[in-house]
Design a protein around this ligand. Structure first.
Ligand code: ARG
Length: 389
């Protein structure tokens, strides 16, 4: 019998996928990666079994997700279209790795997913699977079946004794992991409509935040956050705590119209409290320790890196090459950054590093100035030479 590994979230779509794949004659094994989506995995496994799968895998990958996917992207400074810290996008290549690993272990020739036919995620998963093992075939039931609406899916599920949660499903489509939450659909499809307060889960309404500022310090070692408020901790603990602290200050809400790879614009809301604090803090530390040429060139690399991640090109040689460049630039990105959080805003108010290139004796306008201002006139003469009339 043909075997398929299905990326399974426990939701209605992927539960219907199980039944549909069985109808197509497959033995179905589900695979779920725990990236910090905060669901009950015992219940998820039971649900998968109730849908009739032969095996249900759950892999705890939070640490790997942060260390091998999130932190390299943070170090690169990559943020899609200058706004989106890529939480959903970064999860997909890792899920693809897990799917391929289980497919090999189980001797399965097929991988299936529950992505729709007009999003980025189908591209990310399928491109990564093919890059890892081109012999594996992918199936996207949502592109193939003729269940047009959610109601039709519910009817189909009920007909096949799949339990559909009784609570009225929210009109939004969401995705959550440790690096952030994505929200789309419903009233958000009108880009002029202000997001209703009810969509937010990780961030407090800035209007309701404390009337005094919260300070956090982040210590980086070679571009990786290692201490929060002076306390060393593992990646998962650090990000979880920072999400709570910054989220409580209303930091991390992003409202954007983005360009999807498949050619359409979509209105997305993101919540990424820890990511926003860390991107700003990391950038501030780089401003202190990187020389001008490296810092400016790195912004070009960051832009490209963000596009590679967004467009599903994680498992490519260009991405590995850019990682090598970033690696070299991060050698001195070690130090402490002080951030001030207040009613949705997040600003840097201090930074220090043993590798700081800031030289007070050159910058100062006070006593002790060592800058040779007399050399400036010769420099300016030659610098401006090409433009003299
Ligand atoms: N637009 C984002 C991306 O492509 C997020 C998509 C996540 N899905 C969702 N259900 N909101 O990375």
């Amino acid at each position: 019998m043909k075997k398929v590994i299905l990326a399974y979230s426990g939701g209605l779509d992927t539960s219907c996928c199980v039944v549909w794949l069985k109808e197509q004659g497959f033995k179905v094994i589900t695979y779920t990666a725990d990236l910090g989506q905060g669901i009950n995995f015992a219940q998820l496994k039971k649900k998968a079994k109730d849908c009739g799968v032969s095996k249900a895998y759950v892999q705890g990958l939070k640490d790997k997700f942060l260390k091998h996917f999130v932190f390299p992207t943070l170090r690169a400074g990559a943020i899609y279209e200058a706004k989106y810290p890529l939480a959903t996008a970064l999860g997909r290549p890792l899920i693809a790795e897990g799917l391929v690993e289980i497919a090999h272990k189980e001797g399965a020739g097929y991988i299936a997913h529950g992505c729709t036919g007009k999003g980025n995620d189908q591209v990310r998963i399928e491109v990564s699977v093919a890059a890892l093992d081109k012999k594996i075939k992918t199936i996207a039931p949502l592109r193939e079946w003729d269940l047009k609406t959610r109601e039709e899916e519910i009817k189909y599920a009920k007909k096949h004794q799949i339990q559909v949660s009784a609570t009225k499903k929210s009109p939004y489509s969401t995705d959550l992991n440790l690096w952030g939450r994505s929200i789309e659909c419903g009233v958000l499809e009108n880009p002029y409509h202000e997001p209703p307060e009810e969509i937010y889960e990780l961030t407090e309404n800035p209007l309701k935040c404390p009337n005094k500022a919260t300070y956090v310090t982040i210590e980086f070692a070679e571009g990786v956050p290692v201490k929060l408020n002076g306390k060393a901790q593992g990646a998962v603990a650090l990000i979880s705590k920072l999400n709570k602290i910054a989220g409580a200050c209303g930091v991390g809400r992003i409202d954007m119209v983005e360009n999807r790879l498949v050619g359409i614009k979509s209105r997305e809301i993101y919540e990424a409290p820890a990511a926003i604090v860390l991107y700003l803090a990391h950038r501030e530390l780089e401003d202190l320790v990187l020389d001008r040429e490296t810092a400016q060139f790195k912004r070009i690399v960051a832009e490209k890196y963000s596009q590679l991640v967004y467009n599903g090109l994680w498992h490519t040689s260009l991405k590995s090459a850019l990682d090598k460049f970033v690696q070299v630039t991060q050698k001195n990105v070690t130090g402490v950054v002080k951030m001030k959080l207040y009613k949705g805003s997040c600003v840097c108010v201090g930074r220090k590093s043993p590798f700081s290139l800031y030289k007070k004796e050159l910058a100062t306008y006070e006593k002790g100035d060592k800058f040779d201002a007399s050399a400036a006139s010769g420099f300016i003469k030659i610098w401006g030479l090409p433009y003299n009339s």
